[in-house]
Design a protein around this ligand. Structure first.
Ligand SMILES: Nc1ncnc2c1ncn2[C@@H]1O[C@H](COP(=O)(O)OP(=O)(O)OP(=O)(O)O)[C@@H](O)[C@H]1O
Ligand SMILES: [Mg+2]
Length: 568
């Protein structure tokens, strides 16, 4: 049984719910925001859901906003108050969102002349309903909505197969809830967050998957599309529009019809194209380059960036009207790995399990299990768990990785500039290296180490391997000025990289340091154009993503490089 609060100026729906939805407890209706706030405070945390009416026939002084001086000063004070009354529920919702951001709300209205979809969505109501004045039908649809919402909130269950790991903290569960509401709606979504925090993953696997849109998911990374091709790439181009446009081509907006268009690194959109995108959002129309005909755009837009859009608006680099249209009130910022320390032990476990299922690691795990006679399941992936201690009871059906407390601390406290992407790659390497050593040593299970021999279900992660793998990453983040490599500018303006030899420096550390300098130089030379860098480095201008990935891996902060360039 759940506890449901009704905010309504009448008893009608309270009575209906009591009669037809007897499985839940409905608190007596409260008539205005003040009463609602006081009940929510008194019942702290025990209310599971709110049903909120829209039209409130209540005395003027009970209406929100409490300060109506401006309204009453206007010419048409009476009409203004009437408007407040008609949309009072939305004002209440706005306040509830601030006081109780995680409380699910269903907005209900019996008037079909008052469209509430857009406002409910903007104010993040879980759901909204138009009541029909038919007791049976109304009760049925309300019950369905209530059950849906309560089931979704029943905790992280069903989340297991979600590729994005949310974790169990209230904050992350709140983000998940909010995003699943936004995913179902029509409005655009802004995803913010540093590199590797899962923006692209969420857009594809969560937002699009839940959007119930039948069309495809199309992603474009605007940081890898050359500026002069961007318009054609987005909107398409008709034959002969410019020299070189020898055939007509459709743009991504067309490809994403009926589906979701994900524009990654939206900060790279030129000011001209920002205007065109604004028209798409305002009017649902666009014009391919060189075309006189308009086309209809039916796409759900999701944009992402790790730049500060507000600052870009302030500096005149991003149009304010477009920014406002992108629905900034609901922008979601994904926390970095270091901000999720509360979750760290679970994150470690989740990611170790995940990398253990990668083909190569899965093979190694199976070989290991066979060599040591473990009774792991035949068909599925070998189950793994993670901890900082050897479990007292042996369990030959799974493998338990044990991190030394010092390694655990080292991983937890590291800055992880590439966030989850870097974390995942690191753990994948770590598991591979740890397993390779063991599988190779199968013949010589050290008899002088009985703990290992008697507990084949336990695999200790050696601090030595952790340190070796951490070292190149550490160099690139903590001591960038003295990482053993430096750049000299030669007379002809060319550059030479040089390396300082130091005792005990591993080859890997040195080569990472050189690679880092080299990439930073290229970034400078090609003015941050990753496509051109990819052209030079990999002979493939479409592989900007790979270059970016590698830079992330080396801990190069693209954002600060970009800022440095802009500052000049
Ligand atoms: N919360 C998460 N749960 C599980 N995996 C995650 C999570 N966040 C990131 N990842 C992993 O990190 C990888 C990188 O994530 P993603 O590409 O979505 O990052 P991003 O925020 O788009 O980064 P960028 O700004 O560099 O494009 C994903 O492919 C996934 O493997
Ligand atoms: Mg991305």
């Amino acid at each position: 049984m759940s506890r449901i609060l009704i905010i309504d100026d009448e008893d009608k729906y309270f009575e209906l719910c009591q009669r037809f939805i007897a499985e839940h407890e409905f608190l007596p209706p409260v008539r205005n925001y003040r009463e609602a706030a006081s009940v929510l405070k008194a019942e702290r945390g025990t209310i599971d859901l709110v049903l909120l009416d829209v039209h409130f026939d209540i005395p003027d002084e009970e209406l929100l906003p409490s300060d109506k001086t401006d309204l009453l000063a206007g010419k048409d004070a009476k009409r203004a108050i009437e408007r407040l009354r008609r949309a009072q529920g939305l004002h209440i919702l706005d306040r509830l969102r601030r006081s109780d951001p995680d409380l699910p709300v269903i907005v209900m209205t019996a008037r079909d002349d008052l469209p509430i979809e857009a406002d409910s969505e903007r104010l993040q109501a879980e759901d909204y309903t138009y009541l029909l004045d038919d007791e049976y039908l109304d009760a049925r649809s309300l019950r369905l909505q209530i059950e849906n919402i309560l089931a979704q909130r029943a905790g992280p269950s069903g989340e297991e197969d979600e590729p994005f790991y949310w974790g169990e903290t209230a904050k992350m569960q709140g983000l998940r809830r909010r995003l699943s509401i936004l995913a179902r709606g029509q409005l655009p979504i802004i995803l913010l967050g540093a590199t590797g925090t899962g923006k692209s993953l969420l857009a594809r696997e969560f937002i699009h998957a839940r959007s119930q849109r039948e069309g495809p998911f199309v992603a474009v990374d605007l940081s890898t599309v050359p500026h002069d091709l961007m318009a054609a790439h987005l909107f398409g181009v008709v034959k002969g529009a410019y020299t070189g446009a020898t055939t007509s081509r459709e743009g991504v907006l067309e490809h994403a019809q009926g589906g979701t268009l994900f524009l990654d690194e939206i900060g790279n959109l030129s000011v001209d194209l920002q205007k065109s995108l604004l028209l798409v959002l305002q009017e649902g129309r666009y014009r391919p380059v060189g075309s006189v005909d308009e086309r209809v755009a039916d796409v759900k837009l999701v944009v992402a960036t790790n730049e500060n859009l507000v600052e870009m608006v302030r500096e005149g680099k991003f149009r304010e009207d477009l920014y406002m249209r992108l629905n900034p009130a609901t922008a979601m910022r994904l926390p970095s790995l270091t901000e999720r320390k509360d979750d760290f032990s679970v994150l470690l476990e989740v990611f170790v399990s995940r990398v253990s299922e990668e083909a190569y690691n899965a093979d190694l795990l199976r070989q290991y299990a066979q060599q040591r006679g473990l009774a792991v399941p035949e068909s599925d992936a070998v189950p793994v768990s993670v901890g900082r201690k050897v479990p007292t009871k042996a369990d030959s059906r799974r493998i338990h990785f044990v991190f030394h407390p010092s390694s655990y601390k080292q991983l937890r406290d590291f800055s992880w500039p590439g966030n989850f992407r870097q974390f995942e790659m690191f753990l994948s390497n770590l598991i591979t290296l740890s397993l390779v050593e063991l599988v190779d040593q199968a013949e010589v299970v050290e008899p002088d180490n009985p703990a290992d021999a008697s507990r084949p279900d336990v695999i200790p992660i050696l601090p030595r391997i952790v340190r070796e793998l951490m070292r190149p990453m550490d160099i690139s983040t903590s001591a960038p000025q003295d990482d053993g490599a430096s750049v000299r500018v030669l007379d002809d303006g060319a550059h030479r990289l040089s390396v300082t030899l130091r005792d005990g420096e591993s080859l890997n550390a040195v080569s990472c340091a050189v690679e880092r300098q080299y990439l930073e130089l290229l970034f400078e030379k090609y003015e941050g154009d990753l496509a051109r860098m990819a052209g030079v480095l990999l002979s493939d201008p479409t592989a900007g993503r790979k270059v970016q990935l590698r830079m992330n891996q080396l801990g190069i902060k693209l954002r600060s490089l970009k800022q440095r360039r802009r500052a000049r």
